[in-house]
Design a protein around this ligand. Structure first.
Ligand code: SAH
Ligand code: SF4
Length: 339
């Protein structure tokens, strides 16, 4: 049975038309779900009882539970329990400009990047759309405040769960849904090239972030298995095509691993690779984890790397570090059963 929180307004309109009802019912239902946030269908006063009864037969209304919440000054990490007892995490970050939420898209991840904690558990399953929407609803309810931006950078590879992630984006962006501005939604991918070509056809103005992490194939293939399937030149072609088609600047993520990808030579190679593209590079100080050997680059190595890129004309920023004290930082999230 389809969960009500996983259905786009367009699909809900179809449902009502198929049931000989007016399609604007979908708008009314969306207002109950996402504007009034009224979970009890019996209180949906402008929907007739017979329609409500039919909806109760056709849809599930259950959502995940918050199992645990850990707090740090600028971060909160939520552990959610799903209907099948699998768990996922989402992280809230409080910035001066608003509150952002990092959501998960899968239970585990099959991409197997060498440096990432989230990928230590092989993918168990894709998250359903409502399980992604619920992360936002539950956190907003718990905090008593609105989330102003969403990054799909938690556990999982979002483009490996393409349809569900696209429906998620449409629901949260819908003016009568959670009404999150499209430019406040960021999707990060390890580089599933064919899906990047699909994404441009969606005609959505989200922010796209690409996890590059290395300037050449030898190194990238060691760090990221996905590079053995789609290499850097194929990835760069797809990014160029995406930029040309959408007119959007793309973010290139580059995690700084001590002695691995943080040399001057790497910076120069990276600058040459990205030269002339409408991108900006986000250098991510590596978050160390207990199970993985990689170390974080020294602060001054990161600054030097950053300066070199700048000198070569590349736009670059260093990502502010968030949440490492409660293992809530990038690449530290996991599903509870892996220890
Ligand atoms: N699977 C997607 C999105 C989730 S990972 C992707 O890989 O893009 C979000 C970002 O965190 C990616 O850029 C990822 O490479 C990075 N990351 C993974 N482990 C990390 C760690 N331990 N420290 C810092 N960043 C990490
Ligand atoms: Fe998966 Fe992203 Fe982690 Fe790679 S970095 S294992 S793609 S979550």
């Amino acid at each position: 049975m389809k969960n009500i929180y996983g259905i786009t307004r367009e699909k809900l309109e179809q449902y009502f038309l198929e049931n000989n009802e007016k399609k604007f019912k979908a708008l009314q239902v969306f207002e109950w779900l996402y504007i009034h946030k009224e979970e009890n269908i019996e209180n949906w006063s402008n929907i007739k009882k017979e329609v409500r009864d039919k909806m109760k037969e056709d849809f599930s209304f259950a959502i995940p539970k918050i199992k645990r919440c850990e707090k740090d000054t600028l971060t909160r990490k939520y552990l959610f329990e799903l209907y099948d007892e699998n768990c996922i995490e989402a992280v809230v970050m409080f910035h001066d400009y608003g509150t952002s939420l990092c959501v998960s898209s899968q239970v585990g991840c099959n991409m197997g990047c060498a440096f990432c904690e989230s990928g230590r558990l092989k993918k168990v399953r894709d998250l359903e759309t409502y399980e992604m929407v619920s992360q936002i609803l539950l956190v907003e309810k718990d905090l008593g405040m609105r989330i102003s931006s969403v990054v799909i950078m938690g556990i999982g590879e979002p483009l490996d769960n393409y349809e569900n992630v696209m429906a998620f984006i449409r629901i949260i962006n819908d003016a009568k849904g959670l009404a999150l501005g499209i430019r406040h939604i960021t999707l990060s991918t390890s580089g599933l090239v064919p899906k990047i070509y699909d994404l441009k056809k969606e005609n959505i103005q989200i922010n796209l972030a690409i996890s590059l992490h290395a300037p050449n194939d030898t190194l990238r293939s060691k760090l990221m298995k996905v590079n053995q399937v789609y290499n850097i030149s194929q990835l760069v072609e797809a990014i160029k095509d995406y930029i040309q088609h959408t007119n959007r600047r793309v973010t290139i993520e580059y995690v700084m691993l001590k002695g691995i990808n943080d040399s001057e030579a790497c910076a120069i190679e990276l600058a040459n690779l990205l030269h002339g593209m409408n991108i900006y590079v986000n250098l991510i100080p590596y978050n160390e984890t207990n199970h993985i050997e990689f170390k974080k680059s020294e602060k001054n190595t990161i600054s030097k790397f950053c300066e070199l890129l700048k000198k070569k004309g590349i736009n670059v920023t260093i990502r502010k570090e968030f949440g490492s004290a409660i293992s809530a930082a990038c690449g530290q999230l996991r599903s509870k059963e892996v220890e």
